[in-house]
Design a protein around this ligand. Structure first.
Ligand code: PMT
Length: 224
């Protein structure tokens, strides 16, 4: 049998786009299909890990053999992640949580009235930034979905969110980002670029990413 680099490790993956309700029939979300997160979950399981996925809105098939916790909003996702964080070795935030939610959620369907209407939004908590402040020995991996100045924003996010690794995808590139079966990523750590990968299946991206994480976790040994 092939060696299992994540044997005995607990891996928590987030996937999909969170949903922020406006009224009983309307909501705000984004194009995340869950494919990237589910590919990571499947590969982590293959590498021997015990895997839980916290999944928001997804269209992709859920991989077999991993636990799935369904959530709706960014706040729900934060709660589900926090509830499991202490016992987790590696957290991978492939989800696309909504950064803002409606300030008021109407209990009744909002009626059509004036020519214009304004929806007031308030900021959601940042899940991985919250983890970055709380973490003890957890290995945290963030993503950055960017359309411009990717490397600069990736390094800013890595530092601000205190991630061990950050995966940048330029979502304007064909074959990368939302909804596709492939991705084109650059992986960063605090020292800068670790590796720039060509267009690969999301499963292969997952494998390369998890190999780096496993190697670094191994390198920490029992010293923490
Ligand atoms: O699901 P797919 O269709 O396969 O698409 C994959 C993907 C494009 C969604 C994925 O590869 C990806 O880039 N996920 C991150 C999307 C995102 O929210 O990027 P961001 O740059 O806005 O956020 C940076 C990081 O902070 C991400 O790890 C994100 O999960 C996290 N975050 C963001 C907002 C928030 N409120 N809490 C968070 O934890």
């Amino acid at each position: 049998d092939a060696p299992k680099p994540l044997a005995g490790k607990k891996v928590l993956v987030t996937a999909g786009g969170t949903v922020e309700r406006i009224d009983p029939v309307r909501y705000i979300t984004n194009d995340s299909s869950g494919k990237m997160g589910f590919a990571i979950a499947e590969e982590a399981k293959e590498m021997g890990a015990h895997v839980t996925v916290v999944a928001a809105n997804t269209s992709a098939a859920v991989p077999a053999g991993v636990g799935v916790v369904r959530v709706e909003s960014t706040q729900n996702m934060l709660d589900a992640v926090l509830a499991r964080f202490a016992e987790t070795d590696i957290v991978i935030k492939a989800a696309a949580p909504a950064d803002y939610r409606p300030a008021h959620r109407s209990e009744q369907k909002i009626k059509k009235k004036d020519e214009t209407m304004t929806l007031e939004l308030v900021k959601n908590p940042d899940i991985i930034e919250t983890l970055g402040k709380l973490k003890t020995n957890q290995f945290t991996i963030g993503f950055a979905a960017e359309t411009n100045d990717g490397e600069r924003y990736a390094m800013e996010k890595l530092n601000k969110k205190n991630c061990d690794l950050l995966v940048l995808n330029d979502v304007t590139m064909a074959g990368a980002g939302f909804g596709t079966d492939t991705n084109i990523v650059k992986i960063f750590d605090a020292g800068g670029l670790v590796v720039s990968l060509p267009q690969l299946s999301k499963r292969e991206v997952a494998r390369r990413l998890l190999e780096i994480a496993a190697e670094r976790l191994e390198g920490r040994g029992g010293s923490e």
